[in-house]
Design a protein. Structure first.
Lengths: 888, 230
């Protein structure tokens, strides 16, 4: 259990620190054929001459002679053949590289996608692993493979590059070397056939290799490299506290929609943020209408938000009631609250007329933004992406439209029935009703259809001339137009109302889930119950397996887990990291994303009380929407509060217990102190009197003083003895010296020891003849009897007889001490053997009440028992049972 | 009875106890010598030649049992040991090593004097005395007859032996082991039940109330004693 990997080490393993990691040098070019691979090989040879151990991990020479020449002389690690659909695809053998452990390794084509079933999906991930192992890497990359460049490149060249590399890798690279070649020279080389062009893309590549494109790309790559140097310079200046032209703290906000244009928007904002050295945030405003989108579209939004996070933005999902004004207000409120200086939006996609009716978001923002800048990003010449779905279309439309037709038919039928008796204008109302019904139950589209059909039917059937579409009374034109327009408006309104109702419904469902969780948590009294509730709710709501880990001795342990969920050491290490750092980690987060579970810290105001781990989705299913993630985080904070509550309850209980114990201890100490001191009062008093007043005391008083002092000294002696015995019993230091003993002897010796205390009492002893010897510790049993008889003496009047008898039954010897005293109340018959019993019931009787308790301790050490019973006719029976057969 | 010009050596490391014993014993006419450690004891016995030694078991340097053993190597002076209630094994060890009797702290002066008298009497009356008597109990050694209130009692040989030993050492404690060894022999040293049964039988025969023995007193954990009046 103790060789669990240290979570920080694990973190280092996944996100290594600078000084242990290998250094990455990227040879950056703007197009294929500028000579990146060549330059990389040259550099490698140079390093080799300097004595560095260099190997080639993967090189793509494309059979160019000059490149191949350079390969010679360098150690090449054999490629790995990965089987895929009966084709052996050559890929870099990462394990061989790691095993070889050279100082430097060359890896060509940084953006390459590995064959399926390779260790990592992308080569740059392979490179990261190699860097983590402390090996330096040289690699080559074209500018268009950078993610943030992706859309610009597409725009400029018309070619969409699919293999991208996250920007952070470029940012984290130690060195970037720009391999520059004037475009004219590149074109010359192309013509000379020195540039590798894969067959399939021939045509596209020709498109690509136009001078304008090349120049633009060249500029981009140079600029990007310059930015990188700029960054390095800045951090250099910062670490040495050199004052520099630091820009004002800008903050950007990008507002995205489900449109794929938003991806571009995100990248543009990122570039802008880079240039301005600003923080940037991304929001998505979810209107009720958008909330009703099909899951694929919602997934796209979630993906875009994740991508934004990966690019370095903070993201948030905001809600609004649905109207454009409301959404704009929500955005601006957020912007103001977060000190946004610039808002970035995309140019609207909708046709203008829609904007006139509904309002334009951009317009609203611009109007209401106050002193926040609004940047509008253009969208012209969209690359060949799949067209955006018409947001008006709802899934499985055909049955609904059919429904409209049916409704109109029904209305028509009704019309016929009552047509004779009612004016046509009133018949229009029927069709209006149809439209309303269609809007409520079937949606916008069908409602519009119903509107149209209604008009037509009305015209055809109920307006003269009948059974034609012609209209004799032109006033009906107005009716038609009105019917149509009203139909549209109603359908819009009802549909919107419906969507709002749905969104409210959804929110209500969420709130209901939260309420259920809160309620169940508040009822749960113990930790296990709380955890059970939490796991149950997470399982029910999110359909995922869950685990809760709580700290024990500063160490996380699994307190409760869904069945079928097993955690290995790595997961526990991730959980541990979360516990110590207080941030979420694991699947779909930025930290330790390779984990199986998503780990959330259970945080309260006082600190972190534990970790909640939720399993990631199965491979084919989508991850949680941002809304669901928010809900889960709320679950986590509720649970954290409940856990804290249980812990505090426990602490309070302990404190109370401690208080009660202390109170009892104080009472006991007071009682013992009193009992120890009281005899000393008489002794000291007597002695001092005898000393100082000896002349004035007569013989009787003198005698009385002396007798009192003597008795009190005996009493003190007994008390001390009792306390010692009690201590010995409590600490288990009682050692029985078991020998066969004579019961009659025990009784006799005890009575002898009692001496004066039973001098005036009648004691009757009844032990049958030939009573067997009983194994016992003689001295201790004498003590037992002394205590029991003493007790009987104290609680019975002087004239009463005390009877002691012994009997044999089966394997037990029974000793009965009977008195005719006041008896013991039934509820106290057990308690009478408690330590300091008298403390709880202060009587006039003296003594601290240890006698019976000591007796019980001794008898039980003999594996016997002692009980008190009420005696028929009044009084008490103390029954002691001892085993006759010697038991250890 | 006062013993005049008898010499007593008081050994205890507690000053207060020595003070008390000096006062009590001086009042009875003893010449009192003191020692506070094992070393001092051995020296004092040699130089002062006491008639009786009161010896505390809990001495600082070497324990009372060891002192007793050493003393007994060359001295027959009666030794009474002082010990605490719980230390039964120590008492037995000391008695077996040769001490004559013991006193459990705290004790009364009367008890002390009684034990001392008994211990010293042994020296005096060690001669062959055919008739042993305590109270109403009489044993005629020459005729091997035991009577209680002049009524003859029939005893088994073992019972007779036990009673004889106790009577000859009247007032002094005899450990279980001492009794067993002397009556039955060394092999029976730990056969407690035999002793107990015999004592029980003896009590039934000679005691007016066997349940509250007058003569045969049990010293819990240590042994038995024949009680004498004083």
């Amino acid at each position: 259990m103790e060789h669990r990997p240290n979570p920080d080490e694990l973190l280092k393993h996944l996100q290594p620190e600078e000084n242990k990691r290998g250094r990455l040098k990227i040879f950056l070019g703007y197009a294929a054929g500028v000579g990146k691979t060549f330059a990389m090989l040259e550099a490698a040879h140079q390093r080799r001459e300097q004595g560095v151990d260099v190997v080639i991990g993967y090189i793509e020479t494309h059979k160019r002679a000059e490149t191949e020449e350079l390969v010679e002389g360098l150690e090449v690690l054999p490629r790995k053949k990965v089987e895929y659909h009966n084709v052996a695809l050559p890929e870099m053998d990462v394990d061989a590289v790691l095993k070889r452990r050279s100082q430097l390794v060359l890896v060509d084509e940084f953006a390459h996608t590995n064959a399926p079933r390779s260790r990592h999906p992308k080569r740059y991930q392979d490179v990261e692993e190699i860097l983590d192992a402390g090996i330096d890497v040289y690699t080559t990359l074209n500018i268009q493979h950078l993610e943030s460049m992706n859309d610009i490149v597409a725009q400029v060249t018309g070619v969409i590059v699919r293999e991208t590399v996250p920007d952070r890798l470029l940012d984290e690279a130690s060195e970037i070397e720009v391999i520059d070649l004037p475009p004219d020279e590149l074109l010359t080389r192309l013509q000379e056939g020195k540039v590798y062009i894969p067959e399939q893309a021939a045509r596209a590549i020709h498109e690509f290799f136009r001078k304008g494109n090349l120049t633009a790309l060249r500029e981009m790559s140079l600029r990007r490299a310059a930015e990188h140097i700029d960054d390095q310079m800045r951090s250099y200046m910062q670490t040495r506290a050199i004052p520099g032209p630091w820009p004002a703290a800008e903050r950007l906000l990008a507002c995205i929609s489900p449109s794929p244009l938003s991806e571009r928007l995100i990248r543009s904002t990122r570039r802008l943020a880079d240039e301005l050295k600003a923080e940037w945030l991304v929001v998505y405003v979810e209107t009720p209408q958008l909330a009703a989108m099909p899951p694929e579209k919602r997934e796209r939004v979630a993906r875009m938000l994740r991508q934004a996070e990966e690019l370095g933005a903070h993201t948030q999902v905001l809600g609004s009631s649905g109207s454009v004004t409301a959404s704009a207000q929500t955005i601006l409120e957020f912007a103001r609250k977060n000190n946004i200086s610039k808002i970035v939006v995309g140019k609207p996609l909708r046709p203008h007329w829609q904007e006139v009716i509904r309002g334009s978001m951009v317009d609203m923002l611009v109007r209401m933004s106050g002193n926040i800048d609004v940047y509008v990003i253009a969208s012209s010449d969209q690359p060949s992406m799949p067209p955006e779905e018409n947001p008006l279309k709802i899934h499985s439309p055909w049955p609904r439209y059919l429904g409209s037709i049916v409704l109109v038919a029904v209305a028509t039928g009704l019309g016929f029935l009552i047509g004779g008796r009612i004016a046509p204008t009133n018949l229009v109302m029927l069709y209006l009703l149809t439209v309303v019904v269609a809007a409520i139950y079937l949606g916008r589209g069908p409602a519009v259809l119903a509107s149209l059909l209604g008009v037509l039917a009305f015209d055809f059937l109920f307006v003269q001339p009948y059974f034609t579409f012609a209209v004799s009374d032109t006033q009906y034109i107005i009716t038609f137009i009105a019917l149509f327009l009203v139909g549209i408006v109603i359908s819009q309104l009802t549909a919107r109302a419906r969507e709002q109702a749905d969104a409210a419904h959804q929110r209500e469902a969420e709130t209901a889930e939260l309420y259920d969780l809160s309620r169940d948590l508040s009822v749960a009294g113990e930790m296990d119950a709380v955890l059970q509730v939490l796991i149950q709710h997470v399982e029910d709501t999110f359909k995922r397996d869950t685990v809760v880990l709580l700290p024990e001795n500063d160490h996380l342990v699994i307190r409760m887990v869904s069945t079928n969920l097993k955690l290995d050491e790595d997961e526990l290490a991730v959980a541990d990291w979360v516990y110590r750092h207080g941030d979420p980690a694991g699947r779909h987060t930025n930290t330790l994303p390779a984990a199986q579970l998503r780990h959330l810290p259970l945080k309260t105001a006082r600190g972190i009380v534990g970790v909640l781990g939720v399993q990631g989705p199965e491979s084919s299913r989508p991850d949680l929407t941002p809304q669901q993630r928010r809900l889960m985080e709320t679950f986590a904070s509720q649970a954290a509060l409940a856990i804290e509550r249980v812990q505090l309850d426990e602490q309070a209980r302990q404190a109370q217990l401690l208080q009660a114990t202390e109170r009892l201890q104080t009472a006991l100490l007071n009682s013992i102190s009193h009992d120890l001191r009281t005899p000393l009062v008489s002794i000291t008093g007597a002695l001092t009197s005898l000393d100082e007043q000896s002349d004035s005391l007569n013989e009787d008083y003198r005698k009385s003083l002396i007798v009192t002092a003597r008795e009190e000294a005996d009493r003190l002696n007994r008390l001390v003895g009792n306390l010692l015995s009690m201590t010995r019993i409590e600490s288990g230091a009682i050692k029985l010296n078991i020998e066969p003993g004579d019961i009659q002897d025990v009784i006799g010796t005890a009575l002898d020891q009692l001496g004066k205390r039973i001098a005036h009492r009648k004691v009757e002893v009844n032990v049958p003849d030939n009573f067997p010897l009983v194994p016992m510790d003689f001295t201790l049993m004498v003590q037992v009897l002394v205590n029991v008889v003493d007790n009987a003496v104290k609680y019975s009047p002087e004239y009463c007889k005390i009877e002691i008898s012994a009997e044999l039954e089966n394997d037990q010897v029974r000793l009965i001490i009977a008195d005719r005293g006041e008896g013991i109340p039934p509820e106290d018959l057990e308690r009478v053997f408690d330590k300091f019993y008298r403390v709880q019931r202060p009587d006039s009787v003296s003594g601290t009440g240890l006698g019976l308790s000591i007796s019980k301790g001794i008898v039980e050490a003999h594996a016997g028992s002692i009980h008190a019973r009420r005696r028929d006719g009044g009084g008490t029976l103390i029954v002691i049972e001892l085993p006759v057969k010697e038991r250890v | 009875m006062s013993e005049t010009n008898q010499r007593v050596l008081v050994v205890d490391d507690e000053n207060s106890i020595r003070r008390y014993l000096r006062a009590a014993l001086s009042a009875q006419g003893f010449t009192v010598y003191e020692a506070a450690s094992g070393e001092e004891t051995l020296k004092a016995v040699l130089s002062n030649r006491p008639d009786i030694i009161i010896l505390d078991l809990g001495l600082p340097d070497f324990d009372g049992i060891e002192v007793t053993r050493r003393l007994r190597e060359w001295s027959q002076t009666p030794i009474i040991i002082l010990s605490v209630r719980e230390a039964e094994n120590d008492k037995i060890a000391a008695l077996d090593a040769g001490a004559d009797d013991y006193l459990t702290k705290p004790f009364g002066t009367g008890e002390l004097m009684a034990r001392m008298r008994v211990a010293m009497r042994r020296l005096v009356s060690n001669s062959d005395e055919p008739i042993l008597q305590v109270d109403n109990l009489k044993m005629d050694l020459s005729r091997r007859v035991v009577t209680v209130n002049n009524n003859p009692i029939s005893l088994t040989p073992t019972e007779y032996e036990i009673l004889r030993l106790l009577l000859q050492n009247a007032g002094k404690v005899l450990t279980h082991r001492q009794l067993l060894r002397q009556v039955w022999g060394t092999a029976y040293e730990s056969e407690m039940h035999i002793l107990r049964v015999n004592i029980s039988n003896l009590r039934r025969k000679i005691e007016p109330d066997p349940a509250r023995p007058h003569y045969l007193v049990t010293e819990p954990g240590v042994g038995y004693r024949l009680r004498t009046e004083d």
